[in-house]
Design a protein around this ligand. Structure first.
Ligand code: SAH
Length: 346
């Protein structure tokens, strides 16, 4: 079965020709899928019955099924657990900001990066998502909320650069003018730092924001939190970030999850300043969201504020990520994890 929702318009035209159909049918079909967000062939009313029958036989129209939606009473954040056609489940989040709606999507089922504080990686990697499965998280959420999605962040479960081909395809389709046409500038891709892939992505010269999960200012400390640092040294990661900036002109966002007593001291702030000072960047501080499987604790409020102040005093732009949806298992992978734990108990 062809996964037609993952095809570009050009590829879809070829597919139609192979099916003995007129080329213009591709555009109609593409519009149904990516603009009108219709996920049932029978609702594509301008396509002939015979074509619909052929499509049903040869093509899969990917559609994620929401098995659970949790809405935060605090801030309207909604967390979705979607089931894929092979039975796997993934999670996505809708965040409502003054400047528009933002959706955080997963890029893989599970993750193999093993970051110590992250719930998404506890069960390892099952598989990468297809472009259509990444897109449909956004499509289903837009339909559910009946509101337009403005921003997309690839910061849910999974390492997007470990699913590179599908990620690029996803970005092409998401920004396409025949689809949701989301501006590249409104898309952020977050990576734990797979150096060769960062460089490859730089060559694409996209206007997306690259977010680099740093979490520690020294190689040694970073390695204790993130196994990937054993493969790529901090100096190589920083070099790749400079390369990315030089190629694309896009300022890197560094993500720094503050873990109490681990990476939130004055000394940590001082070495982070030394590391980042030469760069044109932005730092996003995230008080770590503790997971029950690990001993890590959140930094106290004062430490977070002091950390931010130190950075700012040195001229480094920093924000503290607003914590949305804490009451609904807001942290990466926690909803999926609690769902799967319950399934196992049965
Ligand atoms: N694999 C990618 C994207 C997914 S994780 C990456 O590593 O960037 C998105 C961000 O959330 C990363 O910065 C990740 O380190 C962070 N994160 C994961 N678990 C967290 C937790 N429990 N508390 C705070 N931040 C967490």
């Amino acid at each position: 079965m062809t996964d037609i929702k993952s095809l570009t318009l050009t590829e879809l035209q070829k597919e139609m020709e192979d099916l003995g159909e007129k080329k213009y049918r591709a555009k109609q079909l593409y519009g149904w899928m990516h603009e009108k967000l219709v996920d049932d062939f029978d609702q594509m009313t301008n396509l002939p019955k015979e074509l619909i029958a052929k499509l049903k036989e040869t093509c899969e129209l990917v559609r994620l099924v929401p098995v659970k939606v949790q809405v935060s009473k605090q801030d309207g954040t909604a967390k979705f657990l979607f089931q894929l056609s092979d039975g796997n489940v993934i999670e996505s989040v809708l965040m409502r900001y003054h400047h528009g709606n933002s959706v955080c999507i997963s890029s893989q089922v599970g993750c193999r990066m093993g970051c110590r504080f992250c719930a998404s990686t506890l069960g390892g990697l099952t598989r990468g998502l297809t472009a259509s499965e990444m897109l449909d998280q956004i499509y289903q959420i837009q339909k559910w909320s009946k509101e337009r999605v403005h921003n997309v962040v690839v910061m849910g479960t999974g390492e997007p650069l470990d699913n590179y081909e599908a990620l690029l395809r996803f970005l092409t389709l998401l920004t396409d003018e025949g689809g949701l046409h989301i501006s590249q500038r409104n898309i952020t891709v977050s990576t734990c730092g797979i150096v060769p892939k960062i460089k490859e992505l730089a060559e694409e010269k996209l206007q997306i924001t690259l977010a680099l999960s740093l979490h520690a200012p020294t190689q040694e400390k970073r390695k204790s939190l993130m196994p990937i640092a054993g493969k790529y040294d901090l100096s190589e990661v920083m070099e790749a970030c400079r390369y990315y900036f030089n190629k694309t002109g896009r300022r890197i966002t560094f993500e720094y999850s503050l873990v109490g007593g681990v990476n939130d001291t004055r000394e940590d702030a001082a070495s982070l300043i030394r590391l980042l000072k030469p760069l044109n960047c932005h730092v996003n501080l995230i008080p770590v969201n503790p997971i029950k499987e690990r001993e890590y604790v959140e930094s106290n409020h004062e430490a977070v504020i002091n950390f931010k102040k130190s950075l700012e005093k040195s001229g480094i732009n920093a924000t503290i990520r607003r914590e949305l949806g804490r009451d609904i298992n807001g942290a990466c992978g926690q909803l999926r994890k609690s769902y799967m734990d319950r399934e196992e108990e049965r």
